[in-house]
Design a protein around this ligand. Structure first.
Ligand SMILES: [Zn+2]
Length: 255
């Protein structure tokens, strides 16, 4: 059995800046292997404070869907914890290339040699970390290189459809997932500028296309919090006939 714990559910810049929701990542554990997906600001603290506490020195690795701060801020301190400040070579890191190279690498260079391995995420590619197998989606439409993740927990596929604008062909990567977690920052699309994030009309379209057995909304910005995520999820459930829930900080899902 796998379990998934939403350490945080914040998405938009103000929700993160004011910590209206925590911006910690998602803890995933399956058959003795554990990792954190997208360790945003506060992940280390949340791991220590949740009950039962998560011992970060026991994590097997991290996955960064992309380099943005709300997905990567605590990656360095967690990697340092896993390899115990360089005392041992440990920890696997999976991330797109631009997390490591280019103008804004987010992983400190001195830490890299202490890791057991670093794997560069590419589109539609499979990866294995201990007993957790996962693969990437097509490249998302987002300002930096971004991939969604699909995990296979003993036949139960769980997709994490992370930050992206909607585009034709996005849904194809997630077909067949039983549980779909969707990052939805906006309730309505913003007026007058292009934001490469999903809003609720996009989510409806994606849920119809992907038809998972259940969906979980997360990564909320201000407009979603104002619209009350639980209410929005209930409306989607009623309209689409698919159980949709809104994640809250600390939500524990069993798979
Ligand atoms: Zn982003």
């Amino acid at each position: 059995m796998a379990f998934i714990k939403f350490l945080g559910t914040a998405g938009g810049r103000f929700v993160v800046a004011r910590q209206l929701r925590y911006s910690a990542g998602i803890y995933i554990s399956h058959e003795g292997t554990s990792l954190i997906l997208d360790p945003g600001p506060g992940t280390l603290v949340r791991c220590a404070r949740v009950r039962p506490a998560i011992d970060v020195t026991k994590l097997d690795g991290l996955i960064l869907s992309h380099a943005h701060l709300d997905h990567s801020n605590d990656a360095n301190i967690l990697l340092d914890a896993i390899n115990q400040g360089g005392l041992r070579k440990a920890g696997a890191l999976f991330c797109p290339r631009d997390c490591l190279e280019g103008d804004n690498p987010v992983i400190l260079r001195y830490l890299r040699n202490n890791l057991e391995r670093i794997e560069i995420l590419q589109a539609e590619t499979s990866y294995l970390l201990g007993n957790i197998s996962f693969w990437t989606s097509v490249r998302h439409r987002h300002p930096v290189e971004t991939y969604g993740l699909i995990f296979d927990f003993s036949g139960h596929k769980v997709g994490f459809l992370v930050d992206t604008a909607y585009f034709k062909g996005l849904a194809a990567s997630y077909l067949g997932v039983k549980t779909l977690v969707i990052n939805v920052v906006r309730y309505h699309p913003p007026k007058g500028y292009l934001l490469e994030h999903l809003h609720i009309a996009d989510v409806k379209r994606l849920l119809k296309e992907i038809a998972p057995q259940r969906a979980v909304l997360t990564h909320f910005g201000m407009t979603m919090l104002r619209a009350r995520p639980e209410k929005v999820a209930d409306e989607l459930t009623w309209e689409l006939g698919i159980p949709v829930m809104a994640a809250h900080d600390g939500l524990h899902l069993e798979v």
